[in-house]
Write a protein that binds this ligand. Structure first.
Ligand code: FPP
Length: 238
């Protein structure tokens, strides 16, 4: 199963407490740790987290620099734990606008965790789904006839990662109901779950609730009803 999360609401979480926005992002990083652990426990195969969109460069320089620093620190701090738990980590998106230190941290964690056979954790940084689609289209060669499957592989090349399965469940926190240029191709048949809670407050129980909601949805993929989605969380968990 592929779950993807748009982690929204760090800024509002901080503002509600009279704190600077970066304090919200730091609390957001703690939520990432919590949710990665829970996702591995629940047996989610692939988890993609939206950490920084290509449009987020429009934010004030101080916030951008703080976020980049936070991403690097997270990758350095979590590498050993990811290896220990068999979590493979990939950063998807553009690399050419990221700083040298962050790129080194990305190379290090991707190299160290490449053989992990547990949760596949993908973190989107400087990511734009439209940009990926354009890059994959350019790779395919103008005018060429191309299958969905081959195009999905090209998308992987465009994002600097291996091909990933389509998104099954897409969660957005923070109360907004939009996709914000995230995994547009891969989410063609994703089940969408919108959560009011701000990302720093998102808990293991919230993830579990989203999985239960997913399990109760009937997926048809344009055809006739399929069996209900398998529940990933233990029946006695809530
Ligand atoms: C959106 O909230 C969040 C971001 C743009 C940054 C996401 C970053 C993290 C969750 C922190 C660390 C991540 C990793 C992978 C270590 P917002 O700032 O747009 O919130 P707002 O809508 O309330 O202003």
């Amino acid at each position: 199963m592929h779950a993807a999360i748009i982690m929204d609401g760090n800024g509002r979480w901080a503002a509600a407490r009279g704190l600077p926005r970066l304090a919200g992002h730091r609390a957001g990083a703690d939520a990432v740790r919590r949710i990665v652990e829970a996702a591995a426990e629940f047996g989610i195969g692939t988890l993609t987290l939206y950490a920084f969109s290509s449009d987020n460069w429009k934010r004030p320089a101080g916030e951008v620099a703080g976020l980049m620093q936070l991403f690097g620190a997270y990758l350095v701090a979590e590498a050993a734990k990811c290896v220990e738990h068999g979590i493979s980590v990939e950063i998807i998106g553009r690399r050419d606008r990221l700083g040298g230190e962050l790129c080194a941290a990305i190379d290090a964690i991707e190299g160290a965790t490449a053989r992990g056979d547990g949760l596949r954790l993908r973190i989107a940084v400087d990511y734009s789904a439209r940009d990926c689609i354009l890059r994959a289209a350019a790779l395919s060669g103008a005018g060429a006839e191309i299958s969905h499957e081959h195009f999905s592989r090209l998308l992987g090349h465009a994002m600097h990662c291996r091909q990933a399965p389509d998104v099954d469940l897409l969660v957005r926190t923070g109360g907004e109901r939009r996709l914000s240029d995230f995994l547009l191709w891969e989410s063609a048949y994703a089940e969408l779950v919108f959560v009011e809670r701000m990302w720093p407050d998102f808990t293991r129980e919230d993830l579990e609730a989203a999985l239960r909601e997913f399990a109760g949805r009937e997926r048809r993929f344009g055809g006739l009803p399929e069996p209900r989605n398998k529940v990933l969380v233990p029946a006695n968990a809530v």
